[in-house]
Design a protein around this ligand. Structure first.
Ligand code: PLP
Length: 464
C-alpha cells in the first residue's frame, strides 16, 4: 500500500532514477573544473530533502501570512544570524535577507530596492568577466532583464593587462552618474579593489553593490579582501565556493550612512526597500529547505576544515595556473589570486569552443569564455577553469599537476583534430565523431582521466 507516497524514488520512478544514477556516475568519473560549481555536503542535501520543503511562509519571521511557522521562523532567524557571523558582521550595522531563490533573483531584488525603473547602474561587461545580471545588452538586444528595466553602462578590463580599468570607470561614471556601481565578477582571477570602487561611488553619490557570488567562500575564510568594509549592499550565491545549496543571500547596511556638513546624521534606509523587493516585490513563498541548508552551510563556514578547504582551493588554482604556464599557455592577468583562471588560447590556434568540446570528450568539464580584447563573444578565445569542485573531492597540488597534464594532452589532440578538420567547429566535431584514429586517441585519454578521477570521492548520497 506504500504506493507513490511512501516508496523510494527508485521504486516509484526507475526511469528517472536511472538518470540520477547516470549523472552521479558522470560526476564521479569526470574532472569538474567549471568555476561556479561545487559538490555540496551531505548535511546540505539532507536539509534540501527535508519536511521544511512542505511549508508556506510568505513574509518574514514574526510576520507571516500563514500559520504554523514557529519553527520556520527559528530556521530563518538562525540562517540570518549565522550568515552575519560567517562574514564577521555586526548586526547593528548589517542585516541580511536569506530568501532569494538564487543569485540572479537576488540581484534583481537589489536593483528593485535601490533604484527607480530606468535608474542607472554600472557593472563589469559580460565579455570582460561580469555577470548577465550586471546589466548585459548588445547593439541588437537587451539580454538581461537588468538592462530592460534599468539603464546600464558597462565598464571594461584593460585589453592588454586583463585588469579592471578603474581609471576609465572613474571617467565614465562622471558622465553617466550611476546610482549603483556593481563590484562583482564571474570570470576574473584577481582581487577587486573595493576601496577604489567606493571612492568612485562616493564621487557620484552612488551605492556600491558588491556581488561576491564567486568568491564568497574565500572571503569567509579570510583568504582574499572582504567587500563589506566598503560596500552598501553585498550579495552572494551560496552554491559556488561557499559550497551550500543553490540559493542567494543579500546583505544590506543599517545605521548611519553619512554625516552632513551641519553634523546631522544621514541614516541608511535600504533595509525595508530590499526586503520588500524580495517579498512581496519579486518572490512568493520562501524555499525553507534551502534556507535551512544556508543555515548549516554558514555553520560549516566557521570550521577550521572549511578554512583549510578554501586555502587549498586557492593553492590548487595557483598550481593549475603555474602548470599551464610551464606548458606555454597564456593566462589572462598572468596569474590568479582566487579559485579560477582564464586561459587565453589565442596564441595556440585553438578556439575556446574547440577546447571546451575536446575536454568534454575526455571527461574534463570547463567552459569557453571570452578573453580581454576578443572581437566576438560568439566565438570566444579562452576557457575558464576553477578548482572548488575538485578540491572538495580531495585533490591537492600534486593531483593538479596530473590535471594539467590531461588538459595539455587534450589541447594537443585538439590541434591534431583541427589540422584535419580546418577551422570550422561543425567540421571539428564531425572529425571527432567519425575519424577512427582520432576516436581511439580520445577514448584512450578519456579512460585515463576517468580512472584517475574515480579515486576521489564525492560527498552526498552514494549512488545518486
Ligand atoms: C557574479 C555572479 N552573480 C550572480 C550569479 C547568478 O547566480 P544564479 O546562477 O544562482 O542565478 C552568478 C552565477 O554564475 C555570478 O557568477
Amino acid at each position: 500500500m506504500a504506493g507513490i507516497l511512501h516508496n523510494n524514488v527508485w521504486e516509484t520512478d526507475p526511469e528517472l532514477f536511472e538518470l540520477l544514477k547516470k549523472e552521479k556516475k558522470r560526476q564521479e568519473s569526470g574532472l569538474e573544473l567549471i568555476a561556479s560549481e561545487n559538490f555540496t555536503s551531505l548535511s546540505v542535501l539532507q536539509c534540501l530533502s527535508s519536511c521544511l520543503h512542505n511549508k508556506y511562509s510568505e513574509g518574514y519571521p514574526g510576520q507571516r501570512y500563514y500559520g504554523g511557522n514557529e519553527f520556520i521562523d527559528e530556521v530563518e532567524l538562525l540562517a540570518q544570524k549565522r550568515s552575519l557571523e560567517a562574514f564577521n558582521l555586526d548586526p547593528e550595522q548589517w542585516g541580511c535577507n536569506v530568501q532569494p531563490y538564487s543569485g540572479s533573483p537576488g540581484n534583481f531584488a537589489v536593483y528593485t530596492g535601490l533604484l527607480e525603473p530606468h535608474g542607472r547602474i554600472m557593472g563589469l561587461d559580460l565579455p570582460d568577466g561580469g555577470h548577465l545580471t550586471h546589466g548585459f545588452f548588445t547593439a541588437n538586444k537587451k539580454i538581461s532583464a537588468t538592462s530592460i528595466f534599468f539603464e546600464s553602462m558597462p565598464y571594461k578590463v584593460d585589453p592588454v593587462s586583463g585588469y579592471i580599468d578603474y581609471d576609465a570607470l572613474e571617467k565614465q561614471a562622471r558622465l553617466f552618474k550611476p546610482k549603483v556601481i556593481i563590484a562583482g565578477v564571474s570570470c576574473y582571477s584577481r582581487c577587486l579593489n573595493y576601496k577604489r570602487f567606493r571612492e568612485i561611488a562616493d564621487e557620484n553619490n552612488a551605492y556600491l553593490f558588491s556581488d561576491m557570488a564567486h568568491v564568497s567562500g574565500l572571503v569567509a575564510a579570510g583568504i582574499i579582501p572582504s567587500p563589506f568594509e566598503f560596500s552598501d549592499v553585498v550579495s552572494t550565491t551560496t552554491h559556488k565556493t561557499l559550497r551550500g545549496p543553490r540559493a542567494g543571500v543579500i546583505f544590506y547596511r543599517k545605521g548611519v550612512r553619512s554625516v552632513a556638513k551641519d553634523g546631522k546624521k544621514i541614516m541608511y534606509d535600504i533595509e525595508s526597500k530590499i526586503n520588500q523587493a524580495v517579498f512581496p516585490g519579486l518572490q512568493g513563498g520562501p524555499h525553507n529547505h534551502a534556507i535551512a541548508a544556508i543555515a548549516t552551510t554558514m555553520k560549516q563556514v566557521k570550521t577550521p576544515e572549511f578554512i583549510a578547504y578554501q586555502k587549498q582551493v586557492a593553492a590548487n588554482a595557483k598550481r593549475l595556473c603555474a602548470g599551464l604556464q610551464e606548458h606555454g599557455y597564456n593566462i589572462s592577468t598572468q596569474g590568479t589570486d582566487v579559485h579560477m583562471l582564464l586561459v587565453d588560447l589565442r596564441s595556440t590556434g585553438i578556439t575556446g569552443s574547440k577546447a571546451e568540446k575536446i575536454l568534454e570528450d575526455i571527461s574534463i568539464a570547463c567552459n569557453k569564455n571570452t578573453v580581454p580584447g576578443d572581437k566576438s563573444a560568439l566565438n570566444p578565445s579562452g576557457i575558464r577553469l576553477g578548482t572548488p569542485a575538485l578540491t572538495t573531492r580531495g585533490l591537492i597540488e600534486k593531483d593538479f599537476d596530473k590535471v594539467v597534464d590531461f588538459i595539455h594532452r587534450g589541447l594537443q589532440l585538439s590541434k591534431e583534430v583541427s589540422a584535419i578538420s580546418g577551422p570550422k567547429l561543425p567540421d571539428f566535431k564531425k572529425v571527432l565523431s567519425t575519424d577512427e584514429n582520432i576516436k581511439a586517441k580520445v577514448a584512450a585519454l578519456k579512460e585515463e582521466v576517468e580512472t584517475f578521477s574515480r579515486q576521489f570521492s564525492i560527498p552526498g548520497h552514494e549512488t545518486y
